[in-house]
Design a protein around this ligand. Structure first.
Ligand SMILES: CC(C)(COP(=O)(O)OP(=O)(O)OC[C@H]1O[C@@H](n2cnc3c(N)ncnc32)[C@H](O)[C@@H]1OP(=O)(O)O)[C@@H](O)C(=O)NCCC(=O)NCCS
Length: 167
C-alpha cells in the first residue's frame, strides 16, 4: 500500500497536524469548498498486507460533534476495503471510540503497548463488547466542563462536508 503527499493542516485547528506531513502514509480528506475540514492517515500493517491501520483521524476543532468523523470514516472504510480484508485503529479517545462505532468498528478486547484500545472493521458489533471498551475510559476525567458546554451547543443538522477523496 502506497504512501501519499504531505498535507499541511493548521496546528491551531487540528490535533496531530504534524503527523499529516509524513509521506509514508496515505491520506483521505473531507473538504468544505476548498478547505480541508477532516483528514485520515493510513498505512499497511508491517506483517500482513491484508491489514491496513488508520494511524490518525482528525476533525477541525470547531466542527467536532457534527458527524464529520463518522462520515469520513465510512468513506475510508468503503475505499480501503477494496484493497484489504481488515482495517485496524488504536485509540485512547472516548469520542473517537464513539465515532468509530458509528462507522461499524468494534473494540477487539486488545490494547496496544501504550494502552490504546484496538478496534477493527468489519466486525459484528455487540453491546457487551461496546460497554467493555467504554468501561476502560475514565469518563469523569474525559467529560470536562468545557466539553459539556461544547456538547450543548453542537448542531448535528449542519453537516459541512462537501467532498471526500483519497490522495
Ligand atoms: C475523534 C474525532 C475524529 C471524532 O470526530 P467527530 O466528527 O467529532 O465525531 P462525532 O461527530 O461522531 O462525535 C463523536 C463524539 O464526540 C463527542 N463530541 C460532541 N461534540 C464534541 C465537541 N465539540 N468536541 C469534542 N467532542 C465532541 C460526542 O460525544 C460525540 O458522540 P455522540 O454524538 O454520539 O454523543 C474528533 O473528535 C477529533 O478530531 N478528535 C481529536 C483527534 C483525535 O483524538 N483523534 C483520534 C485519535 S487518532
Amino acid at each position: 500500500m502506497e504512501g501519499g503527499p504531505p498535507i499541511f493542516l493548521e496546528g491551531d485547528k487540528f490535533s496531530y497536524a504534524g503527523k499529516f506531513i509524513r509521506k509514508d502514509t496515505g491520506k483521505i480528506l473531507a473538504k468544505s469548498g476548498e478547505k480541508i475540514i477532516a483528514a485520515i492517515s493510513f498505512s499497511a500493517d508491517r506483517n500482513d498486507k491484508e491489514i491496513v491501520w488508520i494511524r490518525y483521524i482528525v476533525v477541525e476543532k470547531n466542527l467536532r460533534g457534527r458527524g464529520v468523523g463518522p462520515k469520513l470514516l465510512s468513506y475510508a472504510v468503503d475505499n480501503l476495503m477494496e484493497q484489504v480484508e481488515l482495517i485496524k485503529i488504536a485509540t485512547n479517545n472516548v469520542f473517537a471510540y464513539r465515532a468509530l462505532y458509528k462507522s461499524g468498528f468494534e473494540y477487539t478486547g486488545k490494547k496496544t503497548g501504550i494502552s490504546e484500545l484496538v478496534l477493527e472493521y468489519p466486525r459484528d458489533q455487540t453491546e457487551e463488547r461496546y460497554l467493555e471498551g467504554i468501561g476502560t475510559f475514565q469518563l469523569k476525567k474525559c467529560l470536562t466542563d468545557e466539553v459539556i458546554e461544547l456538547l450543548s451547543k453542537r448542531d448535528i443538522k449542519n453537516m459541512p462536508i462537501e467532498t471526500l477523496f483519497r490522495l
